[in-house]
Design a protein around this ligand. Structure first.
Ligand code: PSU
Ligand code: MN
Length: 311
């Protein structure tokens, strides 16, 4: 019911629509990472490279955003450039923002949560990005828990990420996902990666060593009739990983400034991301870009395996 109505607001590019209709692999990509996650022009360069890498791995990229109030799966290079140039002027759109942005005919950059919504509406099973939102440190006081976690609980999309940044409470994030019935799958690892580093000290639910098995898990979840998604945690390649102490120090400093300045709500994550990038300079940005490349390549492989399974 609500799906059909929301679909009235959805536009797929012909390439994405044809791939989906022909059981060919498609990978959804988010746009908050473009407008709020990285500085210009690296954000645009990264988004375009990401699309190329998805293609090189045999899948069609579907970058998701809201453009002029339309939910879009698949953007033009000009639209990606626009979202990157405008940066934080573009509204960061999570689930609760979607109806307003659609009704007002505005542009919006979609978070993990809203990208999952659009992917599911479009019939895209796999979505790859950098990091997800989660339970923030101090959430017992602020109640700051990302809507991304609720979306993983209810929307049937497999999300490939590099774990979560330790701006979050990783232990509480895992507890929350367990409660919500979201499988956390470590790709080639028993440990939840911490975005910039391969290890966090927290275990994942299952280690999975092949894209084919990830596709079988996704397929089983669908055929069981479960409503939610799954999280694949793909560690940053060793050669691009950062020194734990350097990054932890930057994160602590950014968190302290966030607290001092009384930043809250949807501004918290973009503020922390921007400050960490400023404090650590190009090192963290390079790592961030490389881990996204690594994740979208895996996403394309999972999408291909899923299509093979369904052929
Ligand atoms: N974490 C990152 N990079 C990001 C984000 C989170 O390392 O770009 C973005 C994603 O779009 C994610 C959103 O869905 O921030 C979460 O925001 P919030 O914590 O306000 O839910
Ligand atoms: Mn929040």
């Amino acid at each position: 019911m609500s799906t059909a109505e929301l679909n009235d607001f959805l536009d797929l590019t012909p390439e994405v629509a044809e791939a989906l209709a022909g059981n060919r692999p498609v990978v959804a990509l988010e746009s908050t990472i473009i407008s709020h996650g990285m500085p210009y022009p690296q954000n645009v360069e990264t988004a375009l490279s990401v699309e190329r890498i998805v293609r090189e791995h045999g899948a069609v990229p579907a970058t998701v955003a809201v453009i002029g109030g339309r939910l879009r799966a698949g953007l033009t290079a000009d639209e990606i450039d626009h979202l990157g140039r405008k940066g934080r002027e573009v509204i960061k759109v999570s689930r609760r923002d979607l109806p307003v942005v659609v009704a007002r005919g505005l542009d919006g950059a979609t978070t993990v949560a809203s990208t999952m919504i659009v992917a599911a509406l479009a019939g895209i099973d796999v979505f790859a990005t950098g990091g997800i939102g989660g339970v923030h440190r101090g959430a017992e006081r602020t109640m700051d828990i990302s809507a991304d976690l609720e979306e993983l609980a209810m929307t049937p999309v497999m999300v490939v990420c590099a774990g979560a940044k330790s701006i979050l409470d990783l232990g509480l994030t895992l507890e929350y996902l367990e409660t919500k019935g979201v499988p956390v799958l470590g790709y080639g690892t028993d440990e939840l990666p911490a975005f910039y580093t391969r290890q966090s000290g927290f275990g994942v639910d299952y280690r999975v060593d092949s894209p084919a098995e990830l596709a079988r898990i996704l397929d089983a979840q669908r055929r069981l009739g479960f409503p939610g998604g799954a999280l694949v945690a793909n560690p940053i390649p060793e050669r691009h990983s950062m020194d734990r102490e350097v990054i932890d120090e930057a994160i602590d400093q950014a968190l302290a400034e966030c607290d001092e300045r009384g930043i809250h709500g949807k501004e918290t994550t973009p503020f922390l991301l921007a400050r960490i990038a400023e404090i650590t300079g190009n090192d963290s940005l390079d790592s961030n870009i490389q881990l996204v490349f690594n994740n979208v390549a895996l996403g394309a492989e999972i999408a291909r395996e899923l299509c093979a399974l369904r052929a």
